[in-house]
Design a protein around this ligand. Structure first.
Ligand code: GA4
Length: 328
């Protein structure tokens, strides 16, 4: 259920905030209403009692830890991340930087098998761990999208999940490692103030839906619709769900993608594993007919996911990409 306030946090502007949490074991139709409300009001929520096995998560966490502890020269053999592979500090092609290193992988099993040979000495095991995680993350993403479709009364129950389930879906997996902040100045007062080292700068995710898991180390921050940044307490037993730009366009702006960032101020290393549910490259994204009416005319022109990606790679991380597709 949507909790009034899962945790009370004093932010820079000194305001107590709550992070919506949805218990997936609740029955329908309550569940679809709660997920829709959390998505509309926050573009972001936590999901508990999900179906992803603990072992699926811990196996990938172990593989990631084993990779990131390697000497830089070895890790670089899996890079550069242009667009897939190992990256260190550089984010995307336009000069964005952050205090992190990462692996960015396409969800396609053939691409994973190819990449694995540069990442791990046992590529078939690595591939199977990654495929297993992606399979579970995709399944959970689709369950959430079906609940959203139900809440929105869409005539095609699979209008949203079908895009992600597509065999040629352009979904991605990103594994981020934020090294510990050794500097006490950064890990203390600055952290509480929300300043300090930026791990991954402010942005919205371009895809349909994002599923984020992290270890028990803080860093994630969300920008509420009122512009206030709130720290998100880590919870390795849960996933955080974020509305992406493509879902904002599909729902004609009824759901809004959420701006977020990751700070790297903790004295402990932070690991996050992020699944981005996306359509196939030639899929059309346009406001769903049920969400367009004379009172709510279409806000975005139709575009293909490939067209959107091209725009996204031409812009900086913090740019509002969807604005380019707005009908004036
Ligand atoms: C943000 C969300 C995902 O991490 C990502 C990022 C991508 C990249 O790292 O290559 C981008 C960024 C993200 C959006 C704008 C462009 C592309 C970096 C960047 C500056 C993998 C994605 O899909 O879009």
């Amino acid at each position: 259920m949507v909790m009034p306030s899962q945790s009370r946090i004093r932010t820079k502007k000194t305001r107590a905030v709550g992070i919506p949490a949805v218990d997936l074991s609740l029955g329908r139709p309550e569940l679809s209403e709660l997920i829709l409300r959390a998505s509309e009001e926050h573009g972001f929520f936590k999901i508990t009692n999900h179906s992803v096995p603990k072992r699926t998560v811990s196996r990938l966490e172990e593989e990631a830890a084993e990779f990131f502890v390697k000497p830089m020269s070895e890790k670089q053999q899996a890079g550069p991340a242009a667009p897939f592979g190992y990256g260190c500090k550089n984010i995307g092609p336009n000069g964005d930087m952050g205090e992190l290193e990462y692996l960015l992988l396409h969800s396609d099993p053939i691409s994973i098998a190819e990449r694995s040979t540069t990442i791990c000495s046992d590529p078939s095991n690595f591939s199977s761990v990654v495929n297993d995680y992606i399979g579970s993350a995709r399944q959970l993403t689709c369950v959430i999208l079906d609940l959203l479709a139900e809440g929105l009364w869409l005539s095609d129950k699979y209008a949203l999940s079908g895009l992600v389930r597509d065999r040629q879906s352009d979904s991605l997996l990103r594994i981020n490692h934020y090294p510990p902040a050794k500097d006490v100045k950064n890990s203390g007062r600055d952290r509480d103030r929300g300043s300090g080292r930026v791990g991954f700068g402010e942005h919205s995710d371009p895809q349909i839906l994002t599923l984020l898991w992290s270890n028990d180390v803080e860093g994630l921050q969300m920008c509420q619709h009122d512009g206030l940044w709130i720290p998100v307490p880590p919870d390795p037993n849960a996933f955080y769900v974020m509305v992406g730009d493509a879902l904002q366009a599909l729902t004609n702006g009824r759901l809004k993608s959420v701006r977020h960032r990751a700070m790297a101020n903790s004295p402990k290393p932070r690991l996050s594993m992020v699944y981005f549910g996306a359509p196939r490259l030639n899929a059309w994204i346009s406001p769903l007919p049920e969400l367009v009416s004379p009172q709510s005319p279409a806000l975005y022109r139709p575009f293909t996911w490939g067209e959107y990606k091209k725009a996204m790679y031409s812009l900086r991380l913090s740019d509002s990409r969807l604005d380019l597709f707005k009908i004036q």
